[in-house]
Ligand binder design. Structure first.
Ligand SMILES: Cc1cc2nc3c(=O)[nH]c(=O)nc-3n(C[C@H](O)[C@H](O)[C@H](O)COP(=O)(O)OP(=O)(O)OC[C@H]3O[C@@H](n4cnc5c(N)ncnc54)[C@H](O)[C@@H]3O)c2cc1C
Length: 330
């Protein structure tokens, strides 16, 4: 039987759980639809050191607390509920469809997150799942490789930024790039080359090279590299492999419903997180401009839940332009 809610949240990661805490505390009838188990990406790591207020915390421990806290205020969570389509109805409410069931709400918060793009080489999953040396986030994990040797793979802005960040922690960093030139902005390229050319630099760059396998016992010990020009292969010794080849937002099911950018991220106004469809907000790693961090995903969830109250008070608020537009001085 169809059920009606004030707010349906699509995705029970940190953004969705934070949003649910706020909407439930506002006594809004709230439902989270989560295709697997609540927690999202962060539940796959056992060590978070950059979430304010915690020296170090495990992902599962943290999201269990978030989930209990939201549920204690009345938020309902349905697991194994993959949202496949959304529809705006004539009365301005929203229909949210899963495989078998349909749910209805006055507003929706989209928080289906993003996944790291994988290299797809042997060893990647094994060492990632065990937290044993494969990572996709330099900002999150660089300090765990203090004084160690790491390889980084990629050539875009994030790859160069995170490689420079790795250089602050690791003893030795090898950046592996499949082309002769980087895609990243010129400024970042200049910074990277300046770093690599410093006397005694801990950064080396291997151009026209691909990583074909990650090897080791319990932990990463090497990455197999192939020079695309000469065909030469080597087992490069390292303690960690960082893969910076982009992210894929989980928004395929939304492409005919809300506006997405070319990369598939949900377009929004970054102040109130309104999307192109009135009554539909966005939060977390699936939106344009997301910082792809736990704390910012949580912040987005809170922000969307607060903005939702403006919409409930006055649906025309959706069409109001942003106040106080910033004018940048020269
Ligand atoms: C291994 C690892 C370590 C990390 N370490 C850190 C760290 O130390 N510090 C840090 O700040 N960040 C870290 N991050 C990044 C952080 O986890 C993310 O930024 C954060 O989880 C984003 O939250 P989110 O709620 O936007 O999305 P997600 O966490 O991706 O959650 C989205 C949820 O939506 C669900 N979903 C997707 N599609 C649907 C659908 N159609 N229907 C229903 N449900 C759906 C998914 O199953 C998922 O549970 C790490 C990420 C990983 C993978």
């Amino acid at each position: 039987m169809a059920e009606n809610y004030d707010c349906i949240i699509v995705g029970g990661g940190p953004a969705g759980l934070a949003a649910a805490l706020y909407t439930a505390r506002d006594r809004l009838k709230t439902l989270i639809l989560e295709k697997f188990m609540p927690g999202g990406q962060i539940s796959t790591t056992d060590r978070i050191e950059n979430y304010p207020g915690f020296d170090r915390v495990g992902g599962i421990e943290l999201v269990e607390k978030m989930q209990k806290q939201a549920a204690a205020f009345g938020a309902e969570i349905k697991t194994g509920a993959e949202v496949t389509a959304l529809k705006k109805l004539n009365d301005a409410s929203l229909e949210v469809a899963c495989d078998k069931d349909k749910y209805f709400a006055r507003a929706v918060i989209l928080s289906p997150g993003s996944d790291y793009r994988k290299l797809g080489v042997p060893g990647e999953d094994k060492f990632r799942n065990a937290g044993a040396g494969v990572s996709y986030c330099g900002t999150c994990d660089a300090p765990f490789f203090k004084d160690k040797s790491v390889a980084a793979v990629g050539g875009g802005n994030t790859a160069l930024e995170d490689t420079l960040h790795l250089c602050k922690h690791a003893a030795k960093v090898a950046l592996i790039h499949r082309r002769d030139e980087f895609r990243a902005t010129k400024v970042l390229q200049e910074e990277l080359l300046a770093k690599a050319n410093e006397p005694g630099s801990n950064l080396i760059i291997k151009y026209s090279t691909v990583a074909t396998a990650i090897g080791g016992g319990d932990k990463v010990q090497s990455v197999k590299l192939k020079d695309l020009k000469t065909g030469r292969e080597e087992n490069y010794p390292c303690d960690g492999v960082f893969i910076f080849i982009g992210m894929v937002p989980n928004t395929g099911f939304l492409k005919d419903f809300v506006e997405l950018n070319n990369a598939g991220y949900i377009k929004c106004d970054c102040a109130y997180l309104r999307t192109s469809v009135p009554g539909v907000f966005v939060a977390g790693d699936c939106r344009v401009g997301a910082a792809m961090q736990l704390a910012t995903a949580v912040g987005d969830g809170v922000n969307a839940a607060m903005a939702l109250k403006h919409y409930f008070r006055d649906p025309n608020w959706w069409h109001q332009p942003l106040a106080d537009e910033l004018k940048i001085k020269n």
